[in-house]
Write a protein that binds this ligand. Structure first.
Ligand SMILES: CC(=O)[C@@H](O)[C@H](O)COP(=O)(O)O
Ligand SMILES: NCC(=O)COP(=O)(O)O
Length: 245
């Protein structure tokens, strides 16, 4: 399978959860999740992210199996490390797994891990994925201590939970970015890779990138797919990539 490598320092991973939301709304296969993912890659996405939640409200386990052999960029699977999720990831073997502390019923991700309290649990889970050769990322708030304990747990990367940044950015960009710069510096000091995601958009992404240029990857879904309703998917992906230059 021909691999696609787009030349950008910070990679854009498109989260296609909301494509599956639309597909499920009518019970058929339109839009086709695999086709949209492959088109996202052709349009410039450096990766595809999915979050197969327990209730399969959008991405289903079947989607994960369908996508894996056909994607030509990086595949990132996010989720809470339940036994079922761990089994799925170990079978599919994506390039990256991102652990989030979501409960099955919550409407979306709304916090990072308490990596200090959950150190042993995360250590055991991360060891399974690290041993399988899957890059590991732990979803954390912009808190240096949470970053430090993610490193202690054995994560390859942290993903900074950016909803607080997105919320505060319009009011005071400098104040909004400040804790994220500190957390990002801690990650760099510890040799952790650095991802970011949740509520990033065309409004706030370039400022985030300009202040934290050593960012490895952003995963963006809700705002990007919403923008595509007006701009079209190809142009939207290019607009997001332009925010990372
Ligand atoms: C971890 C994260 O912030 C997002 O991937 C979030 O999980 C999106 O999930 P929904 O698409 O279900 O809102
Ligand atoms: N990890 C964040 C992600 O995959 C997408 O989050 P959002 O852009 O849908 O808020």
């Amino acid at each position: 399978m021909r691999q696609i490598l787009h030349k950008t320092m910070t990679k854009l991973s498109v989260n296609i959860n909301k494509i599956a939301t639309l597909r499920n709304a009518r019970g058929g296969d339109v839009p086709n999740v695999v086709k949209v993912a492959l088109d996202c890659e052709t349009f410039g996405a450096d990766g595809i992210t999915v979050h197969p939640r327990p209730d399969e409200r959008h991405i289903r386990q079947a989607d994960v199996y369908d996508l894996r052999p056909l994607l030509r960029t990086e595949f990132n699977i996010e989720g809470y490390p339940s036994p079922e999720f761990i089994d799925l990831v170990l079978k599919v073997k994506p390039h990256q797994v991102t652990l989030v502390p979501d409960s099955p019923s919550q409407i979306t991700s709304n916090s990072g891990w308490d990596t200090k309290v959950n150190l042993e649990f995360l250590r055991e889970v991360l060891d399974q994925f690290n041993s399988a050769g899957i890059r590991t990322s732990v979803f954390v708030a912009a808190d240096p201590e949470m970053v430090e304990y993610a490193a202690k747990a054995g994560a390859d990367r942290v993903e900074l939970y950016t909803e607080p940044y997105a919320t505060d950015y319009p009011k005071d960009p400098e104040a909004a970015i400040a804790p994220f710069i500190e957390a990002a510096k801690t990650a760099r000091k510890l040799g952790l890779g650095l991802n970011a995601g949740h509520d990033l958009s065309l409004v706030n992404l370039n400022y985030f990138y300009k202040n934290i240029s050593w960012l490895d990857e952003v995963s963006i879904g809700h705002a990007l797919i919403s923008d595509a309703l007006y701009l079209g998917l190809e142009r939207t992906i290019q607009e997001y990539k332009n925010c990372l230059r």
